[in-house]
Ligand binder design. Structure first.
Ligand code: KIV
Length: 254
């Protein structure tokens, strides 16, 4: 798709029903993101989600998909600093879920882990820029790589990921000009989130794009629906129908 200039559309999915809808709507890549920690489990960060929980979400997604590529995030603490553990985590994801690839966050520091996973024949997607699993190192979710020093490091990390054999890389919340220069400089697809229009594809957290998460409004999110309002309106109608005896009617009874 990159070679033909066709932008790649990627969204997150964590459950069977949503995965089925997104797959049926032609999404190219479904990411079982560790953002499940936020939007499914209600945690403040992505750190608490476990490998078992990610595997459960991925199994649910795989059952709903017939055509999209399915990528699963390796959660915090399952690959950093230990390439053997990284391999075992990735193998568990592939064996127990039926997904097609894993994603992990970081540059130079995780290259040994990436190489070991790739040697086992497991495709790896990288993730640079704002890396939510390192939130306590940075202390904030502000735009990354604004300084020349950080931008240079990110460019170098993207090249390292490509050279190691990653099939794609996510760039999160960095200046658009930097993201488009990285996309032009490397051959593997660059999927942006808050990284401008010069990337080879885009990803959003589905719950943000569909307006489930009303309290989270960074400028890079576009709401394609306001499902939080739609659902609340529908549920209020159901509650009042039940309370006032309008549901069920004769046609909904046996
Ligand atoms: O976990 C996630 O949803 C992600 C995307 C934001 C890229 O990593």
């Amino acid at each position: 798709m990159k070679a033909s200039g066709t932008p790649i559309a990627m969204l997150t999915a964590y459950d069977y029903t949503m995965a089925r809808i997104l797959d049926g709507a032609d999404v190219d890549v479904l990411l079982v993101g560790d953002s499940a920690s936020n939007v499914m489990a209600g945690h403040e960060t992505t750190l608490p989600i476990t490998l078992e929980q990610m595997i459960y979400h991925a199994q649910c997604v795989v059952r709903g998909v017939t055509r999209a590529l399915i990528v699963v995030d390796l959660p915090f603490g399952t690959y950093q600093g230990n390439s053997k553990e990284a391999l075992l985590s990735a193998v568990r994801v592939m064996k127990e879920t039926g997904a097609h690839a894993v994603k992990l966050e970081g540059g130079a520091a995780v290259i040994p882990a990436i190489e070991r996973i790739l040697e086992a024949g497991i495709p790896v997607m990288g993730h640079l820029g704002l890396t939510p699993q390192s939130i306590y190192r940075f202390g904030t979710y502000v735009v990354r790589a604004r300084s020349e020093e950080e931008a240079t490091e990110l460019r170098r990390d993207a090249e390292l990921l490509e050279a190691a054999g990653c099939f794609a890389v996510v760039l999160e919340k960095i200046p658009a000009s930097l993201a488009s220069s990285v996309s032009a400089a490397i051959k593997i697809p660059v999927i942006g989130i808050g990284a401008g229009s010069g990337c080879d594809g885009q990803v959003l957290v589905t719950h943000d794009a569909l307006g489930f998460t009303t309290e989270f409004n960074p400028r890079f999110v576009r709401h394609y629906a306001e499902l939080s309002e739609t659902i609340a309106r529908a549920v209020k109608k159901y509650v009042s129908d039940v309370r006032e005896g309008r549901f069920p009617g004769p046609e909904e009874s046996y």
